[in-house]
Design a binder for this molecule. Structure first.
Ligand code: ZN
Length: 254
């Protein structure tokens, strides 16, 4: 091989690499939404529906509680990592999981969810229990208990079944609460940059309870999600009245 052939091959290789790099940046751009900078690149927050979202970070795409069929994720990058919080239909749908789980996709879920999965979906799943931690694809994952405290809501979410999650992206911690009231495990969280907090009765919290829970652990940024029927402006006013250090943002959940 001549020297010019070698340099031609090298330049073709470089062109191929830059093509791949531009392809992946185009893919990442398909997730739209607010961006929160971390020590390892921004996290993109892409609301999808009631309790469902996609997060992008460091070349990864993460789906949280994917439901609504493959069409709910059309036009989005494929999932590298999927988190499922609980067994209810607004959080877990086996057909949707089967449709969006590729050969390299990893799922994290509690045992009660895994038990309801079809075999192929379950084979992609790492089961973690309340309080357990794991790390996948450089994302730290801690399962936080999510459950009801109010007597007439105890039937909806029993302690131990579902997982909220704290995800570590570089130097920052993001808390996805799942369907919960302001339980001690939420109130005692430390160093949360972004929190996703549910309302929506009778399953989770009133605006007052949600605001009071947020004020206990003081994330820097909070997004209400899973709030159908709740007054998000009232929640925001209550949080703002209690602390000037918490920013309440809104996204296209409901
Ligand atoms: Zn729910």
């Amino acid at each position: 091989m001549t020297l010019s052939m070698v340099s031609l091959r090298a330049s073709l290789l470089a062109a191929g690499l830059s093509f791949l790099a531009s392809t992946s940046s185009v893919t990442a751009a398909e997730l739209t939404g607010d961006q929160v900078p971390t020590s390892a690149g921004p996290v993109t927050i892409h609301p999808i529906s009631h309790a469902t979202m996609a997060l992008g970070w460091n070349g990864l795409t993460i789906y949280v509680d994917p439901v609504g069929g493959a069409e709910a994720f059309a036009g989005l990058p494929a999932a590298d990592l999927i988190l499922v919080t609980d067994i209810h239909g607004d959080h877990f749908n086996d057909d949707t999981l089967a449709a969006v789980t590729g050969s390299t996709t990893k799922i994290v879920a509690p045992a009660a969810v895994a038990e309801k999965m079809s075999p192929a979906v379950r084979a992609a799943t790492t089961v973690i229990a309340n309080g357990a931690t794991t790390s996948l694809m450089n994302v730290g994952i801690e399962a936080i208990p999510m459950y009801n405290l109010t007597a007439d809501r105890l039937q909806y979410h029993e302690k131990g079944r579902g997982n909220g999650y704290v995800l570590s992206f570089g130097n920052l911690r993001f808390y996805i609460a799942g369907d919960t009231e302001a339980v001690p495990e939420m109130r005692n969280l430390k160093s949360i940059e972004v929190a996703f907090i549910p309302m929506n009765l009778p399953y989770t919290m009133t605006e007052e309870q949600a605001a009071e829970g947020v004020l206990a652990f003081k994330p820097h940024i909070v997004y209400p999600y899973h709030y159908r029927g709740s007054d998000v402006d009232k929640f925001k006013a209550l949080v703002n009245a209690g602390s000037a250090d918490i920013e309440v943002r809104s996204g296209k959940w409901y």
